[in-house]
Design a protein around this ligand. Sequence first.
Ligand code: NAP
Length: 275
Amino acid sequence: MSQVWLIGRPVAHSLSPAMHNAAFAKLGLPHRYEAKETADDQLAPTLDRMRREDDVLGANVTIPHKENVLRLLDEVDEEARRIGAVNTIVSRGARLVGYNTDKYGFERALEAQVPNVSGSVGFPFADDTILVLGAGGAARACALALLEQGNNVNIANRNPARAEALARSLEVDGRHPEVVPWPKGRLQVDAIVNATPIGLNGEEALEDVQLPDWVIDLVPTAAETPLVKRAKATDNVTVVDGLSMLLYQAARSFELWTGVPAPLEAMRAALPRDV
Ligand code: NAP
């Protein structure tokens, strides 16, 4: 039996173990996905343990380690380096290689919603203005995906210095995200992406904000977040739920660890709600 770890804090609420263990069972693979609560000072020792143990296929990395883990790895895939964040590690012998599947998951989750809205296919935004809340690893992946599709990206973060650092380091064809204040009232944007954990404990991320046409909430919780609930109850607002991105990023990570196509429907069925 081999193991895959989830490295982060908090991870007790995570829906990833159920999804990946359902996928291993579906394909008859004798592997186990386990959450490992990991404080900041335990990140490097945990990676050292991964290097020593020869039955660890790899790991997912989640909040708050996605950026810090980069400098602790032996190799980082080019896209993950461009994003500046790693959410997936593959063990190659004693070498740890970092990847980012969040950007892929974000793109697929948005594309999956398009036929329901317009009957067409493809990425829903081009030359639009999108507000991203947060400036951590997930925000970086989403901001790069949106820039690559030709959009203007606004970034609002609790700590503005981190937003400035994100805006400086992400660039597509000379275009960078623009740092803006935390939103309130009526916004002149086409979509909003919540890439913070606000909502995990039942808080509303955007209490004072009139919602734009699209609301994308990355928070992957068993119960819908207050933001997702309000957006679904608002006319003409298209909602992308965090569980959808969770599913697609997980499928790509699964393929990196195992080298076989992910059983997407078995993974979807392991989620607590339809997405
Ligand atoms: P991260 O790298 O640790 O970044 C966290 C971000 O959230 C930072 O910008 C931080 O702001 C902000 N933040 C944290 N607590 C906050 C609060 N109470 N109020 C306002 N801002 C707060 O984490 P991450 O990996 O980017 O993950 C962010 C969220 O996205 C998590 O909820 C994670 O579960 C979710 N996510 C979901 C998926 C999915 O597949 N659905 C994939 C990736 C991430 P400061 O800079 O000011 O600390």
